[in-house]
Write a protein of this length. Structure first.
Lengths: 152, 214
């Protein structure tokens, strides 16, 4: 990300868009961090009245090779946040990485939604919140206009 | 300055995330030194003079408890007379039928068949957890393990049955239990990160083969 190219500049709209994306990523990061802590401490009562939450978080699908799925979410959201922040500060490569990371997060979200709906038949509200963030991020990626090409 | 600003922002967010996550983790952990004065209970599998005693605070509707039940059963077979298992009730409020299941198990205990009911409740957990008519299913399980049904139904309503579950919960709370399953190996709480088949086996081995004193 260190090589800033000078032939493309982000529009004001893009800067705002990536700033909003970074804020969404922070929300997703907070959610994923909370779920990771729950997974590591084995806390079950924290789902406050949501039985489905426990069924999802306690299922075999909540871990991959012993690592909580939420921990991958933390890594994904933090990477997306980093890319969005750098993109807002005019780093063109960060824009490409951001789209790539959001694409991976979105694909993972679709898989996790499928598991909740059709395999576990239970939904966790924290996972649904994360899914909503991923959908919003994907929407921002799709809505993002191409960077302007400057003449100099 | 603008050049360094994204680095500062990303670093700040990383530090805040790590710091708040760590603080939350510490606040939710059972105190590592939590111990009890007595390793006891009325639901015991194994010999009183076993070298290792594992106490479990469990909730019949908690999926990880169901998994742990199978793990402990296998370890019980593997270690034989060297391992003693004790079960304590810790039904969580988030599970709609956990309290009813605990009462059913205690009612089965009145006829000396707690462990039979314990095993069938965990085996059929996925079914009754979502069933609309849980009492009917519990009656079916009681019948399948050979309980006197009239007595079972009246035992479900006994105040002492409910009192035993309350007592277990109070015991768990006094020992720092907040989640299920929580295991104590020879009175020392097993950290949540080690509450898995490998971690439990390691704890048993460590209890069986303590390091030599110098």
């Amino acid at each position: 990300m260190s090589n800033r190219t000078k032939n493309t500049t982000p529009s004001r709209g893009q800067i705002i868009l990536f700033s909003i994306a970074a804020l969404f990523c922070v929300l997703g990061l907070a959610d994923a961090t909370y779920l990771t802590v729950l997974a590591l401490t084995g806390e079950t009562a924290a789902c406050s009245g949501q039985a489905g939450c426990q069924e999802v978080l306690g299922s075999a699908y909540a871990r991959v090779a012993g690592i909580p799925v939420a921990a991958f979410g933390v890594a994904g959201y933090f990477t997306a946040f980093t890319c969005a922040t750098f993109a807002a500060f005019d780093y063109p490569r960060a824009r490409k990485f951001f789209a790539l990371v959001v694409g991976v997060l979105f694909a993972a979200t679709l898989w996790l939604l499928y598991v909740q709906a059709f395999v576990l038949h239970a939904f966790c509200r924290y996972c649904l919140f994360s899914a909503a963030i991923c959908f919003l991020l994907m929407g921002l990626v799709v809505a993002s206009p191409a960077p302007r090409v400057s003449q100099d | 300055m603008k050049r360094f600003l994204p680095f500062l922002i990303v670093t700040a967010v990383a530090l805040i995330t790590f710091g708040s996550g760590y603080a939350l983790y510490r606040s939710k952990q059972v105190a590592p030194g939590a111990t009890s004065g007595v390793a006891g209970g009325i639901h015991v599998r194994g010999k009183a003079n076993a070298a290792v005693t594992i106490e479990e605070f469990g909730d019949f509707q908690c999926p990880p408890c169901g998994t742990m039940s199978g793990v402990l059963h296998k370890l019980g077979e593997q270690y034989g007379s060297r391992l003693r298992l004790i079960f304590h009730h810790f039904p969580l409020a988030v599970h709609a039928h956990a309290g009813e299941a605990a009462i059913a198990a205690e009612a089965a205990h009145e006829q000396g068949k707690f462990w039979e009911m314990h095993d069938v409740l965990y085996k059929e957990q996925a079914l009754w957890s979502k069933a609309p008519d849980v009492p009917a299913l519990f009656n079916g399980y009681a019948s399948s393990i050979g309980l006197d049904m009239e007595r079972f139904k009246s035992d479900l309503l006994k105040p002492e049955v409910a009192a035993r579950i309350d007592a277990d919960q109070k015991l768990g709370t006094s020992r720092g239990v907040t989640s299920t399953p929580t295991l104590f190996v020879n009175n020392s709480v097993l950290p949540v990160a080690e509450t898995n088949p490998t971690g439990v086996q390691k704890a048993i081995e460590a209890a069986l083969n303590p390091p030599p004193k110098k």
